[in-house]
Design a protein. Structure first.
Length: 335
């Protein structure tokens, strides 16, 4: 039986990590300009607000609880702790993992920095509508529907704090109006967080010392071949890293892409001659993983696409990494 590759282990860990109604998404909308103003306020909050709180996360029958601390000064420092099940903890500084008890960057924890940078373009790829008001974590919120303009991404329902603009709840909904993911604060305290609260207290290995060898740098020209030949409209590269995972000798190139809300990551791993890797397609809730074996002039590689996008989108991105990719080809997405 072939062994799992390092990139596939990363994908499996991402997908294995830890009910609201979606009826509001299809209610009568209010003006789109108001929705854009609310999203701009959310972007400012993502850049400027410090807070701590508790939230729940649910997808495909998996339910978990978490606590988060976030401090914004010259840097943005975030600590995330899973409060049920097996102990898991993460600390991030300016969006980069500083320590982690797992290979993932934290269940359901969206990169607020990316959201802040890209949210002003969302109206190009999504229809934005204000659906009304509600309450989350005993705080007044405005509810914004974010509906995709194409089949390459999912719909969202965002609950934004009326006072600060912070995202307090999000629902992720597919084209069949089925709820795929729910993230929701149950308690929120806005204000400064102490250094002690931002320090990991459990087994949280430093990324540079144990969990990975991070050699992030500007990509050399030779690595530009790993940019997909096809991307969904609006998606752009935002972060590139080269890592050695699980003690592997072969480095794994990772490149993240986002449209300001949805996100996926491409992993490229060289395959040794004795390494066998089959094509893979798997999905858990909103997270899909698609692997393709690529035969290049300098050897074999495994390309894995992981993210919260429809399976057909991930399939096409993965296929576009092949040297013989046909932009006009129809991707077979049958299970």
């Amino acid at each position: 039986m072939p062994s799992l590759t390092a990139a596939r282990l990363w994908a499996n860990n991402w997908m294995a990590a830890g009910v609201a109604s979606a009826a509001l998404l299809f209610a009568a909308p209010v003006a789109g300009d108001e929705a854009r103003e609310l999203l701009e306020k959310m972007a400012v909050a993502a850049r400027e607000q410090s807070y701590q709180g508790d939230f729940v996360y649910e997808r495909t029958g998996s339910f978990s609880t978490h606590r988060v601390w976030r401090q914004v000064d010259d840097q943005v420092v975030e600590r995330l702790l899973r409060t049920d099940g097996a102990p898991q903890e993460w600390v991030r500084r300016d969006g980069r993992l500083e320590c982690s008890s797992a290979l993932t960057s934290g269940v359901a924890w969206r990169d607020s920095g990316l959201l802040a940078d890209e949210s002003f373009t969302l109206h190009q790829w999504y229809s934005l509508q204000v659906l009304g008001t509600s309450r989350v974590a005993n705080r007044a919120v405005s509810v914004v529907a974010v509906k995709p303009r194409d089949p390459f991404r999912y719909a969202y329902e965002l609950y934004l704090d009326a006072d600060t603009g912070l995202l307090l709840q999000s629902l992720l909904i597919n084209e069949k109006e089925a709820l795929l993911e729910r993230f929701q604060f149950t308690n929120l305290e806005v204000g400064p967080v102490t250094p002690e609260q931002l320090s990991a207290v459990g087994a949280c290995p430093a990324i540079g010392e144990q969990a990975a060898s991070d050699t992030t740098a500007s990509a050399p020209a030779a690595e530009q071949r790993w940019l997909p030949a096809w991307l969904p409209p609006g998606f752009a590269p935002v972060r590139r890293e080269t890592r050695r995972l699980n003690g592997e000798e072969m480095p794994v190139v990772t490149q993240a892409f986002t449209d300001g809300l949805a996100r996926f990551t491409v992993f490229i791993e060289p395959l040794a001659e004795d390494r066998v890797a089959d094509d893979l397609r798997a999905q858990l809730g909103p997270t899909v993983a698609v692997s393709r074996r690529l035969v290049m002039r300098d050897g074999a590689y495994l390309a894995t696409v992981v993210g919260e996008v429809p399976p057909a989108t991930a399939e096409r991105v993965a296929a576009s990494l092949a040297p013989d990719f046909d932009p006009g080809a129809v991707i077979d997405t049958a299970p």
